[in-house]
Design a protein around this ligand. Structure first.
Ligand code: ADE
Ligand code: ZN
Length: 325
């Protein structure tokens, strides 16, 4: 349709997208068969999740199947293809090493394989990707510092940020557990992004900013429950990487009408539109824009402004940004 064409050609970036969320059902079924792994549900129900905990358990299973370098290359190349299909010029891609069981203790080799897929894609004219290497929310302070030390030693040019994802509701308030790791990441020249305000309330967002020095918040939508937090995010221009369909599918909000995206935008918070885990959640970036336009009545000008914010909020280097803007 004409609207789809316009959304595709809109210059935009995606800032909240997990490599772990880019497995197609066919790929999972195929690799599971090759590995002799029995899937937990029949194929047609494979992506029916009961909530975030169930979803994260499934990520472990899917990522566990990617046991070879070729499979990692296929996944990262496929992600770049997905970006191109949506007219996305650049993406910050979150990659959480803890989910990939075949690669434990081999971060360097794993990064090289993922990087190889992205490089091949770029050489084929597909969009540029930066990696945000992620801690799992339930990890220890020591494991967090160890990851940052490894990243600092490698100085891999693909890696642009340190991230935290996972379930904030399982281990209670994280508080300052990752503060030292984030401080060191900043020293090493990495940007900082934190999942908060999804499975935590506003207190998780406060902690991300005040204890971890977050440059950006992934989700952050539950900030809406605290007016002083909304004001702080707007004043300090800390962007939120919002994922509407993810919040609906994983049960953060019962309907798009109750989703706070539009209220946050009108309060002056820098919100952007993202997919989180597009394959597993059955969405795409164009579909997220379409959903928001329909639900919130965004005009073409508002839509353009949102796409502009996504580029500004990204960790793309100045050359890539200038090219996109
Ligand atoms: N990892 C992948 N998607 C996630 C989400 N929505 N929340 C927390 N961790 C995640
Ligand atoms: Zn996420």
């Amino acid at each position: 349709t004409a609207e789809a064409q316009r959304l595709k050609s809109l210059p935009k970036a995606e800032v909240h997208l997990h490599l772990e969320g880019c497995f197609d059902a066919t790929v999972i079924a195929q690799w599971a068969k090759l590995e002799g792994v029995v899937l937990p549900r029949p194929r047609e129900d494979l992506f029916k999740f009961s909530g975030l905990a169930d979803f994260l358990g499934f990520l472990d299973l899917a990522c566990g199947l990617a046991s070879t370098k070729e499979r990692l290359v296929e996944l990262s190349y496929g992600l770049s293809q997905r970006l191109a299909d949506n007219g996305t010029g650049y993406a910050d891609v979150i990659f959480n090493p803890t989910h990939w069981h075949a690669w434990q203790g081999r971060l360097g080799v794993m990064l090289e394989a993922i990087d190889a897929g992205f490089k091949e894609a770029e050489q084929d004219g597909l969009p540029t990707v930066g990696l945000c290497v992620s801690l799992l929310r339930t990890q220890s302070a020591e494991a967090a510092v160890e990851l940052v030390e490894s990243l600092s030693a490698m100085r891999h040019p693909r890696v642009v940020a340190l991230s935290v994802d996972g379930n904030e509701a399982t281990a209670g308030r994280t508080g300052p557990r990752f503060a030292e790791a984030f401080r060191r990441a900043g020293h090493a020249g990495l940007r900082r992004t934190v999942h908060a305000g999804e499975s935590s309330g506003p207190e998780g967002v406060w902690d991300a900013v005040t204890l971890l020095g977050a440059d950006r918040i992934d989700h952050g939508v539950r900030a809406i429950e605290d007016a002083s937090l909304v004001e702080m995010l707007a004043n300090r221009r800390i962007p939120l990487g919002v994922c509407p369909t993810s919040n609906l599918v994983l049960g953060v909000y019962p309907s798009i009408q109750e989703h706070p995206m539009e209220r946050l935008r009108q309060a002056g918070v820098l919100v952007s539109v993202n997919t989180d885990d597009p394959a597993l959640l059955g969405t795409s970036l164009m579909e997220e824009y379409r959903l928001c336009r329909q639900a919130f009545g965004w005009t073409d000008d508002v839509t353009k402004a949102m796409a502009h914010t996504s580029i500004e909020a990204s960790f793309a280097n100045v050359t890539v940004k200038a090219h996109l803007l």
